[in-house]
Design a protein around this ligand. Structure first.
Ligand code: XMP
Length: 515
C-alpha cells in the first residue's frame, strides 16, 4: 500500500527541509525535489498536495526559478510560501512589486478565519516574514485572506482551485500558529488522513538500502553517538553481516567512552555486529601538533578518519559503501547549495576529495536530531542510547580551543566527566531540559592561588544548552548550587585547572561547540 504524499518543490530557500519536517510531523510522507522537476515526473509522483518553498530570488530576475504554469492545472492543491507565493501571483496574472524596504522578522498578521488555512487561528497572529518583493494585486479568481500593516497580501487563495499562498513562513517556530496552517493545508485542503509514521521511514529506508547495496560490503563509521548508532543499526537490519562497523578511538573521546561503545556494539553487546576498534590516538595527536585554526583541525581530523577507514576497508577487502550518520543540520551548516558555510562539519565538509569507496551512504541526511531519535526508538535501540546527548565527529578536538595535546585532552576529559556526573546526580539534564552540555578547555591561562602557591593554569568553560533542533539554542540556567559543586570539584580534582567559567551565550550568535 502506498502512503499519501506531499511534494515540496524547492526554490532554494533556507527552510525547505524544515517544511518537509513539518509535513512529516503531520504524519504525512513528504519529499523535497528541485523546482525544475519535470512536469511528467510531478504527475507520476502522485502527490496529494504540492508546496513551493521560499527562495532568494525575485520573480523579475532573468534566471529566477520558474515552473510551467501547467502545474496549477493538475488539480493538485498548491501552497506557495514566500517566493512561492510571489511566483504563484506572478504566473497567474497578479502583480508583484519590489518594496523600498524589506519586511523582516516577527510580524502581526490579520487573517480571514473563513479561509480553510486559517480557520483555527486567532484573528491576529504572529508570523515570520522575510521578503522584499510582495504581491500587490492578486490574480483573477483569488482573494486576499491575510494582510499586515505594510503587506497588503500576506496570504491569498483560490479555494475553488485549491491554490493557496502565504507571504510569510509558517514552517518556522516564530510563526506561532504556523503548524495549524500547515496542518490545515495538509488535512483540510489536500484531504490527507495522516497515514505515515517514523516506523515507515525505518522500514522504507531499510528496504531501499537493501536494494541499493545488493551483495556489496559496507563499512560504517561508528562513533557511538546517537546518529551513527542509529545509522549502524539501520544498516545492520538491512544487510546484516555485510556490514562492518569501525570505531576509531582518535584520542578525542570523552572519558571511558571507548570502552563504553565497545561494551554496547562490540562482540559482547546485544547487536551481533562485525565490530572493529582502532586505537589511533597517537596518529591523530601527531597530525594535530601545532595546529590551532579550527577549520584546519576539523579538516585534519576528518581526513585522518577517512584514511583510517580506508586502511580498515583494505583489510576487509573490496568495500563498496561507506556509511555515515550525517544529519540535516550538519548538511546545511556545512554550506548546502547557496547557504553560507558556518563550520565544516566532520562527515560533510571535512571529507577529503579523493575517497576510496564507491559511494557514501548517509541514511539520516534529511532528518533532524529529534527525528533521528524517533527512528532509533522504532528500531528498538534502548532509550538510554537514543537520548544520549550528541557528541561531534571531531570530538574533544573542537572543545579544546587552540592546539590539541594529550595533556589538554586529559584535562577536558576529567572536567567534563565531573560536570556530567554532577548534572546526572542533581537530575538537571531533565529538570533543565538540557539538549547538550559539556566542558571545554579554553586556551586561556590565568593566575590563581592554591594553598600558599601561585598557579598559572587553564580555565574550563561549562556549556549547557536547551535546543530542539540544534540549529538554534538557548543557554540553560543550571542552578547555582549545582554549578558551585561542579566548579569546586573541577579545580580541586583536575590538575592544570584553576578557574571555571560559564558560557551564557545562545546560538546564534554563538554556536553550541566552541570551534
Ligand atoms: P554547532 O557547534 O555547529 O553544533 O552549533 C550543532 C550540533 O552539531 C554538533 N556538531 C557536530 N556533529 N560533526 C558532527 O557529527 C561535526 O563536525 C560537528 N560539529 C558540531 C554539535 O555537537 C551540536 O550538537
Amino acid at each position: 500500500m502506498q502512503n499519501e504524499k506531499v511534494l515540496v518543490l524547492d526554490f532554494g530557500g533556507q527552510y525547505n527541509q524544515l517544511i518537509a519536517r513539518r509535513v512529516r510531523e503531520c504524519n504525512v510522507y513528504c519529499e523535497v525535489h528541485p523546482y525544475n522537476m519535470p512536469i511528467d515526473k510531478i504527475k507520476a509522483f502522485g502527490a496529494k498536495g504540492i508546496i513551493f518553498t521560499g527562495g532568494p530570488n525575485s520573480v523579475f530576475g532573468e534566471d529566477s526559478p520558474k515552473i510551467d504554469k501547467e502545474i496549477f492545472e493538475l488539480g493538485i492543491p498548491v501552497l506557495g510560501i514566500c517566493y512561492g507565493c510571489q511566483f504563484t501571483a506572478y504566473s497567474l496574472g497578479g502583480m508583484v512589486l519590489h518594496a523600498p524596504v524589506s519586511e523582516y522578522g516577527k510580524t502581526l498578521v490579520t487573517v480571514d478565519n473563513n479561509s480553510l488555512l486559517f480557520k483555527d487561528c486567532k484573528k491576529e497572529t504572529n508570523v515570520w516574514m522575510s521578503h522584499t518583493d510582495y504581491v500587490s494585486k492578486v490574480p483573477d479568481g483569488f482573494k486576499i485572506t491575510a494582510h499586515t500593516e505594510s503587506c497588503p497580501v500576506a496570504a491569498m487563495e483560490n479555494a475553488e482551485k485549491k491554490l493557496y499562498a502565504v507571504q510569510f513562513h509558517p514552517e518556522v517556530m516564530h510563526s506561532e500558529e504556523g503548524m495549524k496552517m500547515l496542518s490545515a493545508f495538509v488535512y483540510d485542503v489536500c484531504g490527507c488522513v495522516g497515514d505515515w509514521k517514523m516506523a515507515d521511514f525505518a522500514k522504507s529506508t531499510i528496504k531501499s538500502l537493501r536494494e541499493k547495496i545488493g551483495n556489496g560490503k559496507v563499512l560504517c563509521a561508528l562513533s557511538g553517538g546517537v546518529d551513527s548508532s542509529v545509522a549502524a543499526v539501520l544498516l545492520s537490519k538491512a544487510v546484516g553481516k555485510q556490514l562492518t562497523c569501525v570505531f576509531v578511538d582518535q584520542g578525542l573521546l570523552r572519558k571511558n567512552e571507548g570502552d563504553e561503545v565497545e561494551a554496547v556494539f562490540g562482540p559482547n553487546g546485544p547487536y551481533n555486529l562485525n565490530f572493529v576498534r582502532v586505537n589511533a590516538q597517537e596518529r591523530f595527536y601527531a597530525k594535530l601538533k601545532g595546529v590551532t585554526d579550527p577549520e584546519r583541525k576539523r579538516k585534519i581530523i576528518g581526513e585522518e578518519f577517512i584514511r583510517v577507514f580506508e586502511e580498515e576497508a583494505k583489510k576487509i577487502g573490496a568495500v563498496d559503501f561507506l556509511v555515515q550518520g550525517t544529519i540535516y543540520p550538519d548538511v546545511i551548516e556545512s554550506g548546502l547549495g547557496k547557504s553560507a558555510v558556518i563550520k565544516s562539519h566532520h562527515n560533510v565538509g571535512g571529507l577529503p576529495s579523493v575517497v576510496n569507496f564507491k559511494e557514501i551512504i548517509e541514511p539520516l541526511r534529511l532528518l533532524f536530531k529529534d527525528e533521528v531519535r524517533k527512528v532509533g526508538l522504532e528500531l528498538g535501540i534502548p532509550e538510554y542510547l537514543v537520548y544520549r546527548q550528541p557528541f561531534p565527529g571531531p570530538g574533544l578536538g573542537i572543545r579544546i580551543i587552540g592546539e590539541v595535546t594529550a595533556e589538554k585532552v586529559r584535562i577536558v576529559q576529567e572536567a567534563d566527566y565531573i560536570y556530567r556526573e554532577e548534572i546526572a546526580k542533581a537530575g538537571v539534564d531533565k529538570s533543565c531540559n538540557l539538549g547538550q552540555y559539556f566542558a571545554a578547555l579554553t586556551n586561556m591561562q590565568s593566575v590563581g592561588v592554591m594553598g600558599d602557591f601561585r598557579t598559572y593554569d587553564y580555565a574550563i568553560a561549562l556549556r549547557a544548552v536547551q535546543t530542539s533542533d540544534f540549529m538554534t539554542a538557548d543557554w540553560a540556567r543550571i542552578p547555582y548550587d549545582v554549578l558551585d559543586i561542579v566548579s569546586r570539584r573541577i579545580v580541586n580534582e583536575v590538575k592544570g585547572v584553576n578557574r571555571v567559567l560559564l558560557d551564557c551565550t545562545s546560538k546564534p550568535p554563538a554556536t553550541i561547540e566552541f570551534e
